[in-house]
Design a protein around this ligand. Structure first.
Ligand code: 8YV
Length: 319
């Protein structure tokens, strides 16, 4: 019997495709460090039994039709808004993601952004580098202290809970809003409106779905305190970027820290001009440890499913 064929849509860090070759698969590795164009991806999956892909690839009905033998789509990400899960389920294709292994890395980066915005790290760094710093001044770049303030979390999944745990060390009270209250959470559950009204720092940790699209729009921003900070390490479409630019310009809120954007890699030009926005290029899970574990977990899912076993981290029930 011939070995299962596994397509890998783009270059992935160590252990790279090693676990797949070790498993004896025929690996079709697109060893290129850029998103795979749709036509190329369709050709890549033509004979494939499994696909390892990333958020940069759109997995839809057309792609599945081009890969009639596909049994598994292993997305190397916890979020899977790039995958049409219903289309996969309809064709009996298993979808898997990579939860847990990136929780701490993403929670750490969320805190890096909270601190960067609250303490104006971006502005300070730019001042120090440009040679315009005239020496210490008692009123220079004053930021917001976190102790005693309220952290609001929108989306209390695993990453939200890890962000909340870290808040204890900073002396912050934690409130959250979720589709439903989380049993045994030490944080206080509140309605969405109360979350917007009370948070000094509002962190978004929910997935991108039709329900969460533009959950932070002009009305939500208007409900927030003018001193509040908004942090998004989840997915760009949760925020109406144009409305955020207006609010940051007009002092509707005090600052924002963003790791994700509505139309990556495009960033709203208004954001680029604003000193009260700290902008990162989607680095949430970017530690060597987390990325290696994500690769390994995606590969483990392929090995399990193509070997006839249950997936480790399924997103759907493929039938
Ligand atoms: C990944 C992410 O870097 O896991 C996710 O959902 O957003 C990031 O951790 C990215 O999605 C890789 O595909």
């Amino acid at each position: 019997m011939s070995s299962p064929i596994v397509a890998v849509s783009r270059q992935i860090p160590a252990p790279s495709v090693e676990p797949l070759t070790q498993a004896g698969f025929d690996v079709r590795y697109r060893d290129v460090d850029s998103p795979c164009p749709p036509e190329e991806l369709r050709a890549l999956v033509a004979e494939a039994d499994g696909l390892l892909c990333l958020l940069s690839e759109r997995i839809d009905g057309a792609l599945l039709a081009a890969g009639p033998r596909l049994r598994i789509v292993a997305n190397m990400a916890v979020g899977y808004d790039n995958v049409d899960v219903d289309a996969c389920t309809a064709r009996g294709v298993q979808v898997t993601n990579t939860p847990d292994v990136l929780t701490d890395a993403t929670a750490d980066l969320t805190w890096a952004l909270i601190l960067a915005v609250a303490r104006r790290i971006g502005e300070g760094e730019r001042l120090a580098r440009t040679g315009r710093w005239a020496g210490w001044r008692p009123g220079e770049l004053l930021g917001m202290g976190l102790d005693g303030k309220t952290l609001g979390i929108f989306g209390m999944g695993k990453i939200g809970a890890a962000v909340a745990r870290r808040a204890v060390g900073f002396g912050m009270a934690v409130i959250y809003h979720n589709r439903r209250p989380v049993p045994d959470s030490p944080a206080q559950y509140v309605g969405r409106d109360e979350l917007l009204r009370r948070a000094d720092v509002l962190v978004l940790n929910a997935p991108s779905t039709p329900e969460t699209r533009h959950t932070i729009d002009a009305a939500a921003l208007a409900a927030m305190k003018p001193t509040a900070l908004l942090i998004n390490t989840a997915r760009g479409p949760l925020v109406d970027e144009a409305a955020l630019v207006d609010a940051l310009r007009a002092g509707g809120i005090a600052g924002a820290g963003l790791d994700v954007y509505e139309a990556e890699p495009v960033i709203h030009p208004g954001l680029l001009e604003l000193d009260n926005a700290v902008l990162l290029p989607h680095l949430g899970s970017a530690t060597r440890e987390a990325r290696a574990a994500m690769v390994q977990l995606a590969c483990d899912n392929l090995v399990a499913v193509l070997g006839g076993a249950a997936p480790l981290t399924p997103v759907n029930r493929a039938g």
